[in-house]
Design a protein around this ligand. Structure first.
Ligand code: NAP
Length: 326
């Protein structure tokens, strides 16, 4: 493939960050190509459209006063990108070579692609426990979620008994947040010590609505259409019991989708892409930009991801202009 046939900008990923980057890049006449990824067998792992494809209702994205269905919202993002002549390939990028210019990108099937600039927006996956009925109840909107900030304020959880799995800062933050709506929150932790920072722990200890269940792991989530309880096992006594509840939240960490970037881009110790400047989306390789959860372990919101996608497209546009690629 000759250098002339190289794309001006390729976007990898199709969540709020990827589509927003594509919309901005397309409107800047950069004719972006988006590798949107391929649906995986287990929807809990990855879908084109990112984590919002697993969310039932999004109530905190500004502009939707009545809330919006997550997958429907991603379809709108995609349609908006297409309206401005974004080209889309439903393939996964499995390998990149950022050591030569133009960069080369290898999909799992189909022709490799060359690009002068690349925006990585492949997101992060919430970790799940892998309990037998977890995904069934998560995908049916039955009351299992991996994002309390996204879903916790939904009517099905208000005034209810809720369970949060995890012992880190996310579990503390999410149980504290949920306690505003729930009648009671049980934090289930597998050890007798929390991983969370002391301040966050103290906030939980001081909250009369939150109870920590120590040394305990999940065995299954119970319920036909809606969650009715969790089956738990104490790891010290091996005793099993059922705890009645109406909602279950996973807060056991996230894994950024960066495996295909190993050795090509600088990653932090948790494998998130390192940004070289907090006000821009530049990575350790000039001409490669990153947006959304793949470079943000802190906020992880659809609206912050979309904002970063916008920044990445503007950063790429300016960088390409400075290099004379227009
Ligand atoms: P984390 O710190 O990695 O904690 C994950 C928790 O889940 C740990 O308590 C871990 O147990 C538990 N866990 C992991 N896998 C499990 C499994 N298979 N079964 C049962 N339990 C499991 O993740 P995080 O809480 O999402 O935090 C990620 C990063 O973001 C951290 O650096 C955190 O400080 C930061 N953060 C900060 C804030 C804030 O400051 N406001 C809020 C949220 C997150 P073990 O402890 O036994 O390993």
């Amino acid at each position: 493939m000759s250098e002339d046939s190289a794309e001006k900008v390729v976007v990898i990923g199709s969540g709020p960050a990827g589509w927003t980057a594509a919309i901005y890049a397309a409107r800047a006449n950069l004719s972006p190509l988006v590798f949107e990824g391929r649906p995986k067998q287990s929807p809990s792992l990855e879908l084109p459209g990112g984590q919002l494809m697993l969310t039932t209702e999004v109530e905190n994205y500004p502009g939707f006063s009545e809330g919006v269905d997550g997958p429907a919202m991603m379809l709108e993002f995609r349609k908006q990108a297409e309206r401005f002549d974004t080209r889309i390939r439903t393939e996964d990028i499995v390998k990149v070579d950022f050591s030569q210019r133009p960069f080369s990108l290898t999909p799992d099937e189909g022709e490799p692609s060359k690009a002068h600039a690349v925006i990585v927006a492949t997101g992060a996956m919430a970790n799940w426990l892998g309990l037998p009925n977890e995904q069934r109840l998560a995908q049916s909107g039955g009351g299992v979620s991996a994002c309390a900030i996204c879903d916790g304020a939904l009517p099905i959880f208000r005034g209810k008994v809720l369970v949060v799995f995890g012992g880190g800062d996310s579990a503390m933050e999410e149980s504290t947040y949920l306690s505003k709506f729930a009648s009671k929150v049980h934090v289930i932790h597998r050890r007798d010590q929390l991983r969370a920072s002391k301040t966050m722990q103290q906030r939980v200890f001081d909250n009369p609505k939150i109870e920590i269940v120590w040394d305990t792991v999940g065995v299954d989530i119970l319920g036909d259409d809606k969650v009715t309880g969790v089956r738990l096992r104490n790891v010290k006594t091996d005793e099993e019991r059922t705890l009645d509840c109406q909602g279950v939240f996973m807060a056991i960490g996230h894994t950024p989708n960066t495996a295909f970037l190993e050795g090509q881009l600088e990653l932090d110790k948790k494998k998130y892409i390192k940004l070289t400047d907090p006000f821009h989306t530049c990575t350790s390789v000039e001409g490669v930009f990153a947006a959304g959860d793949v470079a943000d372990s802190v906020y992880r919101q659809a609206v912050t991801a979309a904002g970063m996608g916008c920044k990445a497209a503007i950063d790429a546009e300016r960088w390409l202009a400075a290099k004379g690629v227009e």
